[in-house]
Structure formats: structure tokens, C-alpha cells
Design a protein around this ligand. Structure first.
Ligand code: PLP
Length: 419
């Protein structure tokens, strides 16, 4: 049994009630190999509270229908719930209008959408696109594909040994050929939080648009797209305690208006003849076909759930866990933390001198502790640190210091066995 977690206080001085939160997540009562589940793989995907599960279920049980096209009651109810979620997302990231919120399958699709539409229209031979050395493959490959097609150049902001962007190098990289910048807000492998406002301000002073991959930021850091002034922002529902297969592309309305559609099909059209098609208004122009209706409803519910607790309260609590875990592992023989930036989300990546990450992950699994091992879809980053993979524990709103203790106890056993 867990011992009591020391209290962390919320903004309005209430105790952060982690046990109450844990009770909202049915899966946390699961056992794995006969041990209580300790789920520390939140950067890969987060667990879902009953509130989200119920909202998705209710759609299928009570008002399942296709949206936008039906005059019957169920279709209208489904359309209302779907569009209500768009408004919830709009408010959550403080977009100017709901027409700036495009439902996609996730971060990956959102980046591909921008590369294939904005990119194809605006990037030409000899132009340069800047990304960083800590990007997830989904914010590398779409730009690489575009560069190959257009004969343009992908440039990479280097990072230091702590896993922080070297800003002076970024400044030097900007020139008149730079036409687009796409960077990760918070790194899934290192935890680093990038100085995105500074990046955007500098880019805008040269009239260069900036896209943010907020897949890992959105559930840890409050995001205000108007304050950030980013041109595009992408995130996934499943990292935000919501469903898989649903995500968001935010884009400034002037960009979205000027961009050609991504996919053709139903819903994205205004009028179709065999000779010509005119396109629907935003956001529908980018939402061809039947969308993931229950997913969108579930994403809205996830945001409602998070907002009840308060993202800032969650962030403060997770930061406590990160500090606690970082201290607890720092004495372990041969363990090197990968990602020691000053500003981090609650991701703890590490590498043992003499134990392969795969063995670490497998051993911990038998202790009931779920972490992720591998390259985390950041192969160039692994190369930068000269390692094939890391072991990564990533903490969510429901984790506890006692769970960190179980992780550390597992790591100590590993050292005894493999050490
Ligand atoms: N970007 C970052 C930083 C991520 O961590 C991930 C997923 O791990 C992605 C992009 C891709 O997200 P998805 O697979 O949900 O499209």
C-alpha cells in the first residue's frame, strides 16, 4: 500500500487531492503481473478519467449520428456536441475564433497538413525551413519530404549537453531564405521546455511564420495562442487525458483562409460539379469526411476535466514529482539523466552505463511499473547524446511520490541483478 503523499497546495491554497483524482481513473486500479499498476508512461499516452469515458460512451449509447448533414434530432444533437467541443478547445488555448480550430487525427496529421498545404504553397527552391535537434519524427519527416519535393533546405537548431536549444545559433541561422520555423514546445524525450515566445518574436521580426508542436506542452503548461502569437499549433487528444485518433491544428485565420485544402471529400466543399468545386468555409475546408465525432466529444470532456483541477495546479504538482524523482535517481550508480534543462515538463529520461534500456523496461514491468524505453521517435536526438535509447519515466496528474519510490526501488533491484 502507498504511504501518504506530502501535500502540495493549489493556487487557492487547497490541498492537491491526488487520491481523489486517482479515483477518477478506473485503470489505475489495475494490477500488472500481480502488482498494482504504476503508470509512468504518460508522455506516450495518458490514461482516461471516467468522465471522458462516459462522455464518449454516451454519444454512442444515446445520440450516435453523423454530423452537419442531418435535419433529424440525433444528428443535430451530435453536431451540437461536436461543435461545443470546438468551442471548448478554442477557449482552452485562447484562439480568436472557433474557425481557427481544425479537428485532425493528432499532432502528426496536423503537422502534415501544414507541410502539405501551407508548405507546398509557400516554400520554393532554395528556401530554408528551421526545426530543432530535439524534434519528434512527426515534426521532422513532413518537412524533410517537403524539402525533397521543393529542393529546399532543412536546417536544425543545435542543442547543448543539457538538452537546451542554443539560441545564439538559432539567431545566426535566420536569413532571407528562411521561410518557416517549426519547433517543439516541450520535448517528449528530454522534457525541455523551449523558449517559444522568444523564438516566435525573433521569427516575426523577420516575417517568418512559426508552428509549435505542443503535443507534450498542452497537458503541462497553460497555452495562450494569442499571447504566444504562434501561426500554427498542433496537439493530440490522447496526451491530454482524452481519446486517441483526435487532435487539433490551430492556425491563424489569415493563413488558413489562404491555404488550399488538405484532403478532398464530403463536408469540405461548398459546391461540386464535374468541372469545378468550391470549398467550404473554415474550419470545415480542412475537415473532409466523417470525423472522429466521439473523439472530439471526448477531447472536449478531457479539457473540462483538466480545467476543473486547473492546469497550473497540475503543473505545480507534476513539477514536485519531477524534482523528487530527479533527486531520488541521481545517486544510482552509472545512471545518467538525459535532459537536464533548467525548464522541464515532468519527463525523466535516463541511461544506465551497463544496462540496456530494454532490460530496464522489461524488469520494471514485472514490478508493475510501466515506463517507456527506446528512441521515443527522436532518433537524431539519441545520436546527439551518443546513445541508442533512453528509459523514460513521465509523470501525469495522478502519479504519486510513492509511485516514484516504487520506480526507484525497481531501479535499485536492476542494479543488483545487472550491476
Ligand atoms: N510531437 C511530440 C513532441 C510527441 O511527443 C508526439 C508523440 O509522442 C508527437 C509529436 C506525435 O503525436 P501523435 O502520435 O499523437 O500524432
Amino acid at each position: 500500500m502507498h504511504t501518504k503523499t506530502a501535500a502540495v497546495f493549489t493556487q487557492n491554497n487547497k490541498r492537491y487531492d491526488v487520491e481523489k483524482i486517482r479515483n477518477d481513473f478506473p485503470i489505475l486500479k489495475t494490477t500488472v503481473h500481480g502488482k498494482p499498476l504504476v503508470y509512468l508512461d504518460n508522455a506516450a499516452t495518458t490514461q482516461k478519467p471516467q468522465y471522458v469515458i462516459d462522455k464518449e460512451n454516451n454519444y454512442y449509447k444515446k445520440y450516435n449520428a453523423n454530423i452537419h448533414r442531418g435535419v433529424h434530432a440525433l444528428s443535430q444533437e451530435a453536431t451540437e456536441a461536436f461543435e461545443e467541443s470546438r468551442i471548448i478547445v478554442k477557449k482552452f488555448i485562447n484562439a480568436l475564433g472557433k474557425n481557427e480550430i481544425i479537428f485532425t487525427r493528432g499532432t502528426t496529421e496536423s503537422v502534415n497538413l501544414v507541410a502539405s498545404t501551407y508548405g507546398r504553397e509557400n516554400i520554393n527552391e532554395g528556401d530554408e525551413i528551421i526545426i530543432s535537434h530535439m524534434e519528434h519524427h512527426s515534426n521532422i519527416v513532413p518537412w524533410q519530404m517537403l524539402c525533397q519535393e521543393k529542393n529546399s533546405k532543412l536546417r536544425v537548431i543545435p542543442i547543448n549537453d543539457d538538452g537546451e536549444l542554443i539560441f545564439e545559433e538559432f539567431e545566426k541561422m535566420i536569413n532571407k531564405r528562411t521561410k518557416f520555423i517549426s519547433v517543439v514546445h516541450a520535448s517528449n524525450s528530454l522534457g525541455t521546455v523551449n523558449p517559444v515566445k522568444k523564438i516566435i518574436d525573433l521569427a516575426h521580426s523577420h516575417n517568418i511564420p512559426v508552428m509549435l508542436d505542443a503535443a507534450q506542452a498542452v497537458n503541462h503548461l497553460p497555452i495562450d495562442v494569442q499571447e504566444l502569437d504562434c501561426d500554427f499549433l498542433a496537439f493530440s487528444g490522447h496526451k491530454l487525458y482524452g481519446p486517441t485518433g483526435i487532435g487539433i491544428l490551430y492556425g491563424k485565420v489569415n493563413h488558413l483562409d489562404a491555404m488550399p485544402p488538405y484532403m478532398g471529400g464530403g463536408d469540405m466543399i461548398s459546391k461540386v460539379t464535374f468541372e469545378e468545386t468550391t470549398y467550404n468555409e473554415l474550419p470545415h475546408k480542412f475537415e473532409a469526411g466523417t470525423p472522429h465525432i466521439s473523439g472530439a466529444i471526448g477531447l472536449g470532456a478531457a479539457i473540462e476535466y483538466i480545467e476543473k483541477i486547473g492546469l497550473e495546479n497540475i503543473a505545480r504538482y507534476e513539477n514536485e514529482l519531477l524534482i523528487y524523482a530527479t533527486e531520488a535517481v541521481s545517486d544510482l550508480t552509472g545512471l545518467r539523466i538525459i535532459g537536464t534543462a533548467k525548464e522541464k515538463i515532468s519527463v525523466l529520461s535516463f541511461h544506465f552505463e551497463n544496462v540496456h534500456p530494454h532490460d530496464v523496461g522489461t524488469f520494471l514491468d514485472f514490478e508493475g511499473v510501466a515506463i517507456r524505453t527506446g528512441h521515443h521517435c527522436t532518433q537524431p536526438l539519441m545520436k546527439r547524446f551518443n546513445i541508442p535509447a533512453t528509459s523514460r519515466a513521465s509523470f501525469g496528474m495522478y502519479n504519486t511520490k510513492e509511485e516514484v519510490d516504487l520506480l526507484v526501488a525497481g531501479l535499485k533491484k536492476i542494479l543488483e541483478v545487472f550491476g
